[in-house]
Structure formats: C-alpha cells, structure tokens
Design a protein around this ligand. Structure first.
Ligand SMILES: Cc1cc2nc3c(=O)[nH]c(=O)nc-3n(C[C@H](O)[C@H](O)[C@H](O)COP(=O)(O)OP(=O)(O)OC[C@H]3O[C@@H](n4cnc5c(N)ncnc54)[C@H](O)[C@@H]3O)c2cc1C
Ligand SMILES: NC(=O)C1=CN([C@@H]2O[C@H](COP(=O)(O)OP(=O)(O)OC[C@H]3O[C@@H](n4cnc5c(N)ncnc54)[C@H](OP(=O)(O)O)[C@@H]3O)[C@@H](O)[C@H]2O)C=CC1
Ligand SMILES: Nc1ccccc1C(=O)C[C@H](N)C(=O)O
Length: 459
C-alpha cells in the first residue's frame, strides 16, 4: 500500500523502516509476515517509477546462495531469477590479450545470477506493498532518530514539511552512510571504523551488437584485471553488459587523468584494447557518469535495546569485489527474522541477531578486500588458475570433505568466518601434502640412487 495514515485501532506492533533499498524492502516483507504493521520511509522516488539506472548508476548485482535463500524463504526467488542472467564463471581478459574461462563451481547450481538493482528492488517492493500491513512513503528523508521513544522525524523532499513518526521498532536500512546508525550510536561507547578505498568506480556499457547479438559471451562475469585499473562486466537480459571500471582517484594514470576523449582512448587502447572495441559510448560515459566511492564499515552496536536495529550496509558496508554486499544484507533479514522467532523478548532477539552476524560480516569485509587483490592482480596468473583447478578436482573427488573458499562463500550459507577457518585448514593440508609429496619423492630418489650405487660397487 502506498502513502496514507495508519488507523488508530491497529493493535499490531509497529515498525518504521528507514530506507527502501535492498535490505529495507526485504525487511518489510519479513516483518509484515511476522505480524508487524510496517511504514517504510525512503528519500528517493519510487524505484518502480524512476529507475536510478537512468543516471548511470544502475549497478548489476550477482545474486548467490545467501541472497537466494533469503528470497526463497518469502517466495520471491523465482520472480527474481526470471529477471536474471546466469553467470557460470569468470571470463578473464588478460593484459597479454589471452582470454580464459574460470568456472564458479563444479556443479550445475554453483553459479551466480546477474540482476539489475532496480529490477530486483521493484520485485521486493511490490511484494512488500502487496501485504496489508505495509506502507511505503517515497520522497521522505529521515532526519532525526529518538532512539529511546523510539521515533523518527522525516522530512518531505518535495516541500520540506516534517513529521515525527513513533514505532515499537525502528529499522535502519539506510545504506553505507546511514543516518540511523550515526544517531543510534551517538554518545555511546560505540566502535566505528570506516575505510575508503583510494579507487572509485564508473559505470559503462557494452551495448548489444548491431546484429542484435551480445558482443561477448553472455553467461559469465567478464573481468579485465590490471595494475592501474580493473573492469568487470555483468550481463543483462537484453544481451548488453554493464561494466564497472575501478581505478585510482588520483595519480598517473587515474580517474583524474581521464578527462579528454584522447586521454580516455589512449588509456583503453593501452590497457583494455579488446574492451575498447566493444564500447562505442566509452568516451561520453566516462565523461558524463558520476564516480562512485567504495567504503568498508565495521561498527557496533547494531541495536539499541529492543527499539532500534541496523540491517544491510548500514551495519556492515563492504567493498563490492566478492559480490556479497547485497547477499549478506538479505541474509541479515533472514537471520533477524529467525532471532525474532526464537526470542519472544525483542531486546534479546536483537542482541542475538548482532551476535550471530557481526563476526561474520567483519570477516566478509576482509574477504572482499582480498578479492580486490585477486581480481586485480592474480586471476590471470598461471599459479592462480592452477590452484583453482586443484581445488575443483579435490572438490569433485572428495565432495563435501573439500570445499573451495569461493564455493563456501558464494554457493553455501556457511557463516563467513567458518568458511574462512575451514579453507585455512584445507590450505594447510594441501601445503603439508605437497611438502610430504616432495619429501617422499626426494627420499625415494635418494634410496634408488644409493641402491643403484651399491649394486654398481657390488658388480
Ligand atoms: C559497484 C557495486 C557492485 C556491487 N555488486 C554487488 C554484487 O554483485 N552482489 C552483492 O551482493 N552486492 C553487491 N554490491 C553491494 C550492494 O549494492 C549493497 O550491499 C546493497 O545495496 C546494500 O543494500 P542496503 O539496502 O543495505 O543499502 P542501499 O541499497 O544503499 O539502500 C539504502 C536506501 O536507504 C535510502 N536512504 C539513505 N538515507 C536515507 C534517509 N536519511 N532517509 C530515507 N532513506 C534513506 C537510500 O536512498 C537507499 O535507497 C555492489 C555494490 C557496488 C557499489
Ligand atoms: N560498500 C561500498 O563500497 C559501496 C556500497 N554501496 C552501497 O550501495 C548503495 C547504493 O549505491 P548508490 O545509490 O550508488 O550510493 P551513492 O554513492 O549514490 O550514495 C548514496 C548517498 O550516500 C551519501 N554519500 C555518498 N558518498 C558519501 C561519502 N563519501 N560520505 C558521506 N556520504 C556519502 C550521499 O548522500 P547525500 O546526498 O545526503 O550527501 C549519497 O547521495 C549505497 O547506499 C551503499 O549502501 C554503494 C557504493 C559503494
Ligand atoms: N559484483 C562484483 C562487483 C565488482 C567486482 C567484482 C564483483 C564480483 O561479483 C566478482 C565475483 N564474485 C568473482 O569473484 O568473480
């Protein structure tokens, strides 16, 4: 249901959600299902009417196991998959001109699904909107939180009028630069670490070819690694691909030096020649599209008593390089719902939710930074491909007893810290086995030589 006033005889617990992004919209579905009357305040316009993508900020998202499991639980997965393109692996475009394919797993279902953020939000907002207890208020910016009451003061983007809305529970789903988080933590012994990457990103396009066909293999994530810049391209249903160019803000070369058509062409011809040939609108897009920032946020607390709680990037923003920000945000909604089910006391439920999630999302932040280095500097090296192939062989042979880290992160719901710990154990085992094999080989060679030498002397 769109705007309107809640009837005064509505006895249900009342939740106010700030932010109708990915986490806020899904949280609305979950809370409504749990019996809450939900009001969602979003400062932007309704994404179903004014897609943000028109401004060069569409962002394709790779949906994987964690996000899928949270969508499946509320019956939305099939709707979303209808709008997505399967990505079966990475196509790596090496600086030396070679192109190789690295599968995302060893089983049919171990793939990612590329979906446009606006399309995904539209599905989830529609589902939430269809529930009788849910109302969306677009064009309202939350300005002030009273964490004890609790209440939020929201201001109309259209005419500046403001109103205070009270609730039993306020959910901060207002993204990486969350206002709810700032005011929830104000004056408390809160821990907060925010780290900006000195690289930013721009969105570019590989349009469909003149013959109506995709210009490159569609069912994959394309990656152009590089020391000075890295590019990835997600496929779209219409056969086009949406690229994100990641590059340093400052220095030589950097986003600051890509300021003229000649500089842009020269950079691409030198670093990504095969990509340049696929991007007829490259120059205009680089010059016109906004530059995005990349930030990691580690923070606590995530909740205030039984009254305020954070979900999604508001609680844990991570660099996008593992493709897990949205997936983990969706997983938050599922885990929060499970905690509310398990603990009749909402304060205990919110505390259990933070305990269940924070260690793992902190590990995700590290994994996301590590995958930046892997994608930028390692994926095209023979050693990397060899190790990934060894992991796949062992996974095939030993099934669940040997699961590569990427598989655990992207294709299972194993908590991130457990996945990392297990992969470290596997790494150690592999190193010992390799060392053992070398030692055994050396001993065998020594014994053979000695036996032959003795035999020679005895002759
Ligand atoms: C380039 C890029 C690629 C990515 N790729 C992937 C991927 O492949 N897979 C993946 O899982 N994740 C990916 N992510 C991460 C993903 O986009 C985020 O993790 C996800 O958007 C977080 O969702 P959210 O709802 O917490 O925040 P958001 O999506 O940011 O939603 C927050 C909402 O709150 C609103 N808001 C903010 N402040 C206020 C306020 N004061 N009042 C009212 N409303 C407010 C905002 O307008 C917004 O709509 C990527 C991110 C980037 C930048
Ligand atoms: N973890 C990450 O690295 C990233 C995550 N994301 C996630 O995806 C979401 C949607 O992306 P998108 O809509 O493109 O987000 P934007 O980059 O457009 O940011 C949304 C809003 O956040 C505020 N903001 C942006 N940069 C900063 C900054 N450096 N310091 C303080 N506030 C800032 C601005 O608010 P105002 O207009 O009020 O100034 C901006 O309008 C983000 O909200 C975030 O949750 C997006 C980019 C990177
Ligand atoms: N969504 C992204 C955005 C930017 C950079 C990478 C991604 C990825 O998803 C990478 C993918 N997980 C991979 O490891 O190949």
């Amino acid at each position: 249901m769109m705007d309107g006033h809640r009837p005064t005889n509505d006895r249900r617990d009342r939740a106010v959600i700030v932010g109708a992004g990915l986490a806020g919209s899904l949280a609305a579905v979950y809370l409504a299902r749990r019996g809450y009357a939900v009001d969602v305040y979003e400062r932007r316009d309704d994404p179903r009417l004014a897609p943000a993508g028109l401004a060069g900020r569409s962002i394709n998202l790779g949906l994987s196991a964690r996000g899928m499991s949270a969508l499946r639980e509320v019956g939305l997965l099939d709707e979303v998959l209808k709008r997505s393109v399967p990505m079966r692996g990475r196509v790596v475009h090496s600086p030396d001109g070679t192109v190789s394919f690295q599968p995302y797993g060893v089983r049919e279902h171990q793939i990612l699904h590329s979906v446009l953020r606006d399309e995904l939000i539209a599905v989830v907002v529609d589902a939430a909107d269809a529930q009788p207890g849910v109302r969306f208020h677009f064009g309202w910016r939350m300005q002030r939180l009273d964490r004890d009451r609790p209440s939020v003061t929201v201001v109309s983007e259209a005419d500046g009028t403001s109103t205070e809305v009270t609730a039993d529970l306020v959910v901060g789903a207002d993204g990486a630069f969350s206002t709810v988080r700032q005011q929830l933590q104000h004056g408390l012994r809160a821990n907060h670490a925010q780290e900006f990457l000195d690289w930013g990103y721009k969105e570019l396009t590989i349009p469909v070819g003149d013959d109506g066909q995709p210009r490159v293999r569609l069912e994959a994530l394309h990656v152009w690694p590089g020391e000075h810049a890295m590019m990835v391209a997600h496929p779209n249903l219409d056969g086009s691909l949406t690229c994100s160019l990641f590059m340093a803000f400052e220095g030589e070369p950097s986003l600051a030096t890509l300021t003229s058509p000649a500089a842009i062409r020269a950079f691409f011809q030198q670093h990504f020649p095969d990509a340049e040939a696929l991007m007829p609108h490259l120059v205009e897009e680089i010059l016109d599209h906004p530059t995005g920032h990349l930030v990691t946020v580690r923070t606590a607390p995530w909740h205030h008593a039984d009254r305020v709680v954070l979900v999604g990037d508001a609680a844990h923003a991570v660099y996008p390089f593992y493709g897990q920000g949205m997936n983990s945000s969706f997983e938050d909604c599922l885990v929060l719902d499970q905690c509310l089910a398990a603990h009749p006391d909402r304060g205990a439920a919110l505390a259990a939710y933070q305990t269940a999630r924070k260690t793992h999302t902190d590990v995700l932040a590290d994994l996301s930074t590590q995958n930046f280095e892997d994608l930028r500097a390692r994926v095209h090296r023979p050693g990397y491909a060899l190790r990934a192939a060894a992991d796949r062989v062992l996974n095939r042979l030993l099934a669940d007893r040997w699961t590569p880290l990427y598989t655990m992160v992207a294709h299972t719901t194993t908590p991130y810290a457990e996945a990392l710990a297990r992969s470290r154990r596997q790494d150690r085992l592999l190193r010992w086995s390799a060392a053992g094999a070398v030692a055994a080989g050396t001993t065998l060679a020594y014994l053979t030589t000695r036996t032959l030498a003795r035999a020679g002397r005895g002759r």
